[in-house]
Ligand binder design. Structure first.
Ligand code: C2E
Ligand code: CA
Ligand code: CA
Length: 567
């Protein structure tokens, strides 16, 4: 009988050890069942396992109770053997083993077997612990004491797999003006405030839904739809105390992108949810009108178009689908003379024409715009080179350069390489740059404009008056030309009052440019009335539909020839 029992025990024990070895994700009831069997065979009623991070914590009784194995709920046996291990990392693991039999002590043989058993459980716990640590590192942001993006993705993924995502709202939020708060309270307290704000949001959820730290002042959260109003309210702003003593607080608010998951259309994985909130959160961050944007079909469609354009752009560039159109610039002091042109881009794709407003803003979100601008400059240079070779009249052509280029430290060399490779005399090229909003941009802008100036390439401020014009920008950079935006010209639908104000602004902008020794051109001249206004202000340089729309190169060449003939 003893032998039989021993064989059975060995079999069970082997199963148990095998199971332990292949465990990892299988910390399931099976293991506990087997362990229960082993405990019962060994006459063990219960094993209680404690984990202490350090011996000091053990001494203070500050440990985690991790597992309880055995057959009965309460330790019933009198005999209690205690095992204690100190790991290589200095952690302490303690096992209390209770016997089933109240009276007798363990035999030597039993003690040896219990020892083996506890050793095995110990190595099992080692693995579990390692797994916990790995999980902690993977899904936890230690600096913030919050879950991280991987945790968010895992949670969403698990809900998708269990078909339990409908009825939830995913959200990405970004704290508003947090750099100001950091300046006010310091970075460390700033971090504490971010954590408190996140914890305050978590406190609204009466579940284990959490707030995850994405990075910087960006956070992610997934919560039940019923909580949406409360969450929106919270994100609109709450005071967060940063000085417990004085009770001083700062008002923290956030811009946010939401994805209300009312069905699973278009959601195949967590990435689809992430994309939805990422795009809408970015829109909300940039928007001047609203702080919250909900992912919807329209945004999805726009996003789809954006992706499509980004996908087909490289081939389109390679296949030269982008065409240079030339919009003439006219001098009209005494007679009309075509004195220059602006190169504007048109995309001819599969027989239809795509206008810049449909693709430039998308390309401007990546360095694709730089590729396009260099392509345009190159094609303009090729055209000029061809006109010179054919002995045609040539005028100065301005090329638009996106602000995205400004951080490129080799920008100047790149521009000059294109111009010189095409053997274009420098006086035929002008670079149009738009106004800038930040100091960093401003430095780069100055560097680039100064460089171009040295090479004899003209520069102009495009859309002057549209952005946040800084008069320092005009003073500190050696511009040749100011391009006054069409918004300074009266429109038929404007009120008399508006037009009068526009008239005053136009007059002074033109005067200022002239007094600073800059040339001044007005864009968007459409009517006789516009022309009259320019003449009245002694500005004789204009570009607009009144003269010509942007023209395909062949038509523009004809214009140039007419110009030459009339000379
Ligand atoms: P922009 O540089 O301000 O160019 C002037 C825009 O005003 C052009 O629109 C032109 O067709 C339009 N326009 C000209 N005259 C009139 C007029 O009398 N009335 C009205 N209402 N509009 C007029 P387009 O060609 O659609 O280009 C739009 C914008 O796209 C450009 O504005 C520019 O910012 C950008 N863009 C175009 N080509 C390029 C390029 O090659 N590179 C870069 N970076 N941007 C470009
Ligand atoms: Ca322009
Ligand atoms: Ca413009």
């Amino acid at each position: 009988m003893e032998n039989e029992l021993k064989i059975k025990y060995d079999e069970e024990f082997k199963k148990f050890v095998d199971k332990m070895n292949q465990l990892e994700d299988e910390h399931d009831s099976k293991i506990e069942n087997i362990l229960e069997g082993v405990c019962s065979l060994l006459g063990i009623s219960k094993i209680r396992v404690w984990f202490y991070e350090t011996p000091m914590k053990e001494a203070m009784g500050q440990g985690d109770f991790i597992e309880l194995y055995g057959v009965s709920l309460e330790p019933s046996g009198k005999t209690c053997n205690q095992f204690r291990y100190v790991t290589g990392g200095g952690n302490v693991v303690r096992y209390d083993v209770y016997g089933q039999d109240e009276g007798s002590a363990w035999t030597k043989q039993q003690e040896a077997e219990i020892n083996t058993l506890v050793n095995t459980i110990f190595s099992y716990h080692g693995k579990i612990r390692t797994k916990h640590i790995a999980e902690r590192l993977t899904f936890w942001d230690d600096d913030f004491g919050l879950n991280n993006m991987r945790y968010f993705m895992k949670t969403v993924g698990e809900r998708i797999a269990k078909n339990q995502l409908v009825g939830y709202v995913a959200c990405m939020y970004n704290l508003k003006r947090f750099s100001v708060i950091n300046e006010l309270v310091g970075r460390d307290m700033g971090t504490q405030i971010m954590i408190r704000y996140a914890r305050g949001l978590e406190a609204l959820y009466d579940s284990d839904d959490s707030v995850c730290h994405l990075g910087g002042d960006n956070f992610l959260t997934l919560f039940r739809l019923e909580k949406l109003e409360e969450v929106e309210e919270y994100l609109r702003g709450v005071p967060v105390i940063y000085n417990e003593m004085s009770g001083e607080s700062v008002l923290i608010s956030a811009s946010a992108g939401f994805y209300v998951i009312s069905d699973m259309n278009g959601i195949h994985g967590p990435d689809d949810v992430m994309e939805g909130i990422y795009v809408s959160a970015n829109m909300a961050k940039k928007s001047e009108k609203t702080d919250t944007i909900f992912w919807n079909e329209q945004i999805k469609e726009k996003q789809f178009q954006k992706k499509k354009i980004e996908d087909i752009f490289p081939d389109a560039l390679e296949n030269e689908e982008f065409k240079v159109y030339y919009q003439p610039k006219f001098l009209f002091e005494n007679e009309y003379r075509l004195v220059g042109a602006e190169a504007l881009c048109r995309w001819c794709h599969k027989g239809s024409m795509i206008y810049p407003n449909q693709f430039i803003p998308i390309l401007e979100q990546s360095i694709n715009i730089c590729k396009l601008d260099f392509y345009m400059l190159d094609h303009v240079c090729r055209d000029i080179n061809r006109w010179i070779d054919a002995g045609k009249a040539v005028v100065k052509v301005s090329v638009n350069l996106s602000r995205k280029h400004l951080t490129d430290q080799n920008l100047l060399e790149h521009i000059m390489e294109i111009i010189d490779r095409n053997r274009v005399p420098h006086q035929y090229i002008e670079i149009e740059l738009t106004e800038t909003t930040t100091d960093v941009d401003f430095k780069d802008l100055k560097r680039v404009a100064n460089g171009l100036h040295k090479y004899g390439i003209s520069t102009s401020v495009d859309d002057f008056g549209m952005g946040y014009s800084s008069l320092n920008l005009i003073r500190d950079v050696p511009w040749d030309m100011l391009k006054v935006d069409k918004s300074f010209l009266p429109e038929t639908e404007d009120s008399c009052d508006d037009n009068a104000k526009k008239g005053i602004l136009l007059k002074h902008v033109i005067e200022m440019a002239q007094e600073l020794g800059l040339q001044c051109i007005v864009e968007g001249v459409e009517t006789e009335e516009h022309l009259r206004l320019l003449k009245k202000n002694r500005c004789y340089l204009a570009q607009g539909y009144y003269f010509d729309k942007p023209l395909p190169v062949e038509v523009f060449e004809e214009r140039l020839e007419c110009e030459q003939d009339s000379d």
